[in-house]
Design a protein around this ligand. Structure first.
Ligand code: CMP
Length: 256
């Protein structure tokens, strides 16, 4: 689904270093990255070796568009390092962030299976290393290693669950509740334990939070500042502490 004009601030695929020949890469590093990815969890060694022989390493700069919405898809990707944002641009350049993907996460598989164009844009938000697997190589691998198909189905089911949760929240929860849910989610996904709570090293901007939960920056700013005044979150330099009190509040609301 395209919501209109797209891809304002990011570089176009033609400027991507995706087509530059990959540098020499240690196969052990590639193997380790494959084995770490949930998509390839619990595969036999033979399947890991097969994938290692098929993938190519791609390095992309921050801001580069790896996958462009509405274009045909010919490869899927696994993140070795860095982060990638899955985003849809609306008219007037507004963004909806569908997901922030981290090392081990994969993307770009949907168009390979349904033969349609890319469903969203995938943009590197940090310098990122990727493993790229072409459609032909993926299909050959799946034919020889059906266990990977089961993993793929599991990943798709998880994503659908998350999307269902987001739809329900948009319909049932106010902005404040959605913000609390997202902050607690971020803390669980990438927070480090500290005496005050879970520390998210790189605090998302208020605009980024707005894009994630379908709101606008001004509304998020008010809700965010109130949570900080209530001592439920602690902005600390570029990081953010999500306190146990906020986590408890989110859990109580879920149970209610
Ligand atoms: P594809 O459609 O080939 O290209 C865009 C990719 O974004 C898509 O495959 C998925 O891998 C990924 N994607 C689309 N929607 C979501 C979502 N809601 N959550 C996470 N990833 C997504």
């Amino acid at each position: 689904m395209s919501l209109g004009i797209a891809r304002p601030a990011y570089s176009q695929p033609s400027s991507l270093p995706l087509r530059t020949p990959p540098g020499p890469e240690d196969p052990a590093r590639i193997r380790a990255a494959i084995a770490r990815a949930p998509l390839f969890a619990a595969l036999p060694i033979s399947a890991i070796e097969d994938l290692t022989s098929r993938v190519q390493v791609r390095r992309v700069a921050v801001g580069a568009t790896v996958v462009t919405q509405d274009e045909p898809g010919d490869s899927m990707f696994v993140i070795m390092s860095g982060r990638v944002k899955v985003v849809i641009f609306g008219e007037s350049g507004r963004e909806v962030t569908l997901s922030i993907l981290r090392p081990g996460d994969s993307f770009g598989e949907m168009s390979l299976f349904d033969g349609q164009s890319r469903s969203a844009n995938c943009v590197a938000i940090e310098p990122t290393s990727l493993l790229a697997l072409s459609r032909e190589d993926l299909l050959r691998h799946l034919a020889a290693h059906p266990r990977t198909s089961m993993n793929l189905l599991g990943e798709m089911a998880r994503r659908l669950r998350r999307a269902d949760e987001t739809i329900a929240q948009l319909a049932l929860c106010d902005v404040n509740e959605r913000l609390i849910h997202r902050l607690v989610g971020l803390a669980r996904e990438e927070g480090a334990q500290s005496p005050d709570g879970l520390v998210v090293r790189r605090r998302p901007t208020q605009q980024e939070l707005a894009n994630m939960i379908g709101s606008c920056r001004e509304t998020i700013s008010r809700a965010f500042n109130q949570l900080a005044r209530d001592g439920l979150i602690i902005p600390r330099g570029r990081s953010l502490v999500v306190t146990p009190a906020l986590i408890e509040k989110a859990e109580k609301r879920k149970a209610a």
